[in-house]
Design a protein around this ligand. Structure first.
Ligand code: MSP
Length: 521
């Protein structure tokens, strides 16, 4: 059965290539991947774009420090980010690098589109002011604080430098009312609400025109008709979201199907760029605006901000080594509340993984499938007359599981969606203890078979429902109950696709190992 409920386009931020991927990047990739997988499972034609942001002074300076050409650094680090999509089982459809030819074309095209549509919106001038290379952002005097040794610091804590150079400007000041109007008419444009309020008050305080080209270094996309200038890296970077769907070919099937994007998923530090600059550029260029920007929080470690100087930076590979991929994905989605900062604590993660995955879903599947292997000839057992308890458990699976998770997952409340799924895991574990199928083997083997059937069918539904979060383990469970490969969507959580008694089952294997604290230390 292939159901198509419409299209869905989702993107991550594209990562700077000045350093290797860390846990924050991994979190964002997994968060976005879970939404993309969830939408595919829910019957949407989904397109998922991620990639790397390779231009600008930060990358150029990092390359220089390492004695590399910018392009060499980009190739090296972009390869690490691309490899990470594999190790984290990210289901992206495309990986964009801003140094690609297609992206130069798109960036120059959006520049020209702004000029053609609104000739006054791009003008040549001179920028005199502060610039933070770390943030790749301009700051006004009033936003700065004093740092050590006479340095001046941006609100992010990054040092700023004084810049004076000829520059093209974008007439951002003309867009404040249009932006406020857009936020008012589209309350879901900035999510969560707290971020929306932050942006609205910033725009209300007044917008300055924005410098959109640089002349004192070369590592960027040349400005059309004036290659002495390179485009400001954020104008180039934001454009990746439309390069990925074939812009400037707006007649292409991809563009027509997927633009405007449903969600740009980003961290809370870059909302101004996404919720002010990006929609203003698009308005000026006459391109439709994305439907929503979702800003997630930051991952802290043992209650502290991750930082090289504190020495608490966690590499994604540390978690994969200690917990394996699915448990890592699970813990990040389970522990970080909607849009807020999340704390990673080793001991808490071990407890949660063991109780929810090893003892919860894992044990349920393992107990049920090994009883079937031993007592039912390794075939899906026969299902006799259903009791009230059997019916209640199956009704929970068929009627409550998907609506419960969908309402939470659709809004990035993955922690709450998981809580809702785990109500069924808990109900099934209560059911197995109450029905005690192990005691029925001698007294009532037909009833034992029915109980095991109900459990196996519940496990099939559960495994379908957790695929977005733990795709590897879910697939193994679905293989173990021999669910057809083309019957693994949410729409298949129904009696119509129930397990067929008599089907041969493979030898069961545990899918969620218990983590020992010493191992993870
Ligand atoms: N290149 C820009 C984004 C351009 S998008 C058109 C950028 N790159 S980044 O590498 O610094 O960050 C990439 C993403 O990772 C951002 O969304 C950022 O918020 C996110 N994170 C960086 N550190 C993070 C944590 N510690 N925790 C969670 N996300 C974090 O910004």
């Amino acid at each position: 059965m292939s159901e198509n409920k419409g299209s869905f386009y989702i993107t991550t931020a594209i990562s700077y290539v000045n350093g290797s991927p860390h846990l924050g990047h991994a979190y964002e990739a997994i968060l976005t991947d879970v939404m993309a997988r969830h939408k595919r499972l829910d019957g949407y034609q989904t397109y998922f774009l991620t990639g790397t942001d390779e231009h600008g002074q930060k990358v150029a300076k990092t390359a220089e420090k390492q004695g590399l050409q910018p392009r060499e650094l980009c190739d090296k680090i972009a390869a690490e980010f691309e490899a990470q999509t594999g190790t984290l089982n990210i289901s992206n459809d495309d990986f964009i690098r801003t140094t690609e030819e297609r992206h130069y074309k798109a960036s120059q095209a959006i520049w020209n589109a702004i000029k053609e549509n609104n000739p006054d919106d791009i003008f040549l001038g001179k920028y005199d002011g502060w610039y933070s290379v770390r943030d790749e952002a301009y700051f006004g005097e009033s936003e700065l604080t004093d740092g050590p040794d006479g340095t001046r610091l941006a609100p992010t804590g990054a040092p700023v430098e004084w810049v004076e150079e000829p520059s093209y400007f974008f007439r951002l000041s003309a867009y404040a009312d249009k932006l406020l109007d857009h936020y008012a008419k589209n309350p879901g444009f900035i999510q969560p609400d707290s971020r929306r309020n932050e942006i609205i008050s910033f725009v209300k305080s007044g917008l300055q025109d924005l410098s959109i080209s640089r002349t004192n270094f070369k590592w960027g996309v040349p400005v059309p008709d004036n290659p002495d200038h390179v485009m400001y890296v954020w104008l180039d970077a934001l454009t990746n979201y439309i390069t990925g769907v074939d812009y400037p070919d707006t007649g292409s099937k991809k563009f027509q199907t997927f633009w405007p994007a449903d969600f740009h998923v980003i961290g809370k530090d870059i909302i101004r760029f996404h919720c002010i600059y990006w929609p203003a550029f698009l308005m000026a260029a006459g391109i439709e605006l994305p439907k929503a920007v979702f800003a997630h929080g930051f991952i802290n470690v043992e209650g502290q901000k991750m930082s090289k100087s504190v020495g608490n930076v966690i590499a994604p590979s540390d978690l994969l080594r200690d917990f394996g991929l699915d448990a890592t994905r699970y813990i990040l989605m389970r522990e970080v509340p909607h849009g807020q900062d999340g704390n990673f604590s080793q001991s808490h993660a071990v407890q949660r993984i063991n109780s929810d995955l090893a003892n919860g879903l894992g044990n349920l599947a393992q107990r049920t499938l090994s009883m079937i292997a031993k007592n039912c000839d390794a075939k899906v057992p026969a299902c006799g007359k259903l009791t009230e308890s059997d019916q209640a458990l199956l009704a929970h699976a068929y009627e409550k599981l998907v609506p419960g998770l969908r309402s939470e997952f659709d809004t990035f409340r993955f922690n709450r969606g998981l809580e809702s799924i785990w109500k069924l895991v808990d109900a099934a574990n209560v059911y197995i203890d109450e029905q005690a199928p192990w005691g029925l083997k001698k007294t009532d083997p037909a009833r034992m078979a029915t109980v095991l059937y109900v459990l196996a069918e519940t496990i099939r539904c559960l495994a379908i429902s957790v695929q977005a979060i733990v795709p590897g383990a879910a697939e193994k469970i679905l293989d173990q109950v021999v669910a057809a490969e083309d019957q693994r969507l949410y729409a298949h959580i129904s009696k119509d696709y129930a397990l067929k008694p008599g089907t041969d089952l493979p030898v069961p294997e545990g899918v969620f190992p218990r983590i020992q604290l010493e191992e993870a230390a």
